[in-house]
Design a protein around this ligand. Structure first.
Ligand SMILES: [Zn+2]
Length: 190
């Protein structure tokens, strides 16, 4: 993405095609700083990806999009070929599908549909301030493109469509198109 100073991103050699899922990054980030939590003010600070300067201070009311257990954290490296995980996976503890999924904060749906691989049935929401969120592997999509949604609304149901070995939600937050750790925005556990 041509960002930042040397060492900020390390390129890896291309991966076999079957691992080139959209939710697995081919680059390894040493850190993320596009969004950070200010513990004094409890606000989210957005940083210019090029300079690192704080350019916005946001108070966001955020909820976990689904209840369950975290089966893979953001950035976890104990994955085949140490790929970088661009979101958090939240699974139903009984391996059942159908749990309702809600947006982590309010926004407007920019995609609601299916891709045959990768995220499967998924929803993308634009929250303004260059923040977007993704909810993948749904069994059913209820949201429609252009819809305004807020926490509590059901945008779809948990499933295992796309590249998934069991029922879970791949929950991802991007800031300036760069995946950040959703735990920056959310307290506790789902
Ligand atoms: Zn995932």
């Amino acid at each position: 993405m041509g960002l930042g100073s040397p060492g900020f991103m390390k390129s890896r050699s291309p991966l076999p095609k079957r691992f080139s899922a959209p939710f697995i990054s081919k680059t390894v980030r040493e850190s993320t700083f596009e969004a950070t939590l200010n513990p004094q003010t409890n606000s989210i600070e957005l940083h210019d990806p090029a300079t690192g300067k704080v350019i916005k201070d946001l108070k966001i009311t955020a909820v976990w999009p689904v209840h369950g257990v975290v089966t893979l954290e953001f950035g976890a490296s104990d994955f085949p070929f140490q790929l970088f995980h661009t979101g958090i996976d939240i699974a139903n503890p009984h391996s059942q599908i159908g749990d309702p999924i809600t947006p982590f904060t309010e926004g407007t749906v920019t995609f609601a549909g299916e891709s045959p691989i990768g995220l499967g049935k998924h929803v993308i929401i634009d929250h303004g301030d260059n923040i977007t969120s993704f909810y993948g592997h749904m069994s059913a999509v209820y949201a429609v493109k252009g819809q305004k949604v807020k926490p509590g609304d059901v945008i779809g149901l948990e499933g295992q469509s796309g590249w998934a070995t069991g029922p879970h939600v791949h929950f991802q937050i991007d800031v300036y198109g760069i995946p950040v750790n959703p735990r920056t925005f959310l307290q506790g556990n789902p």
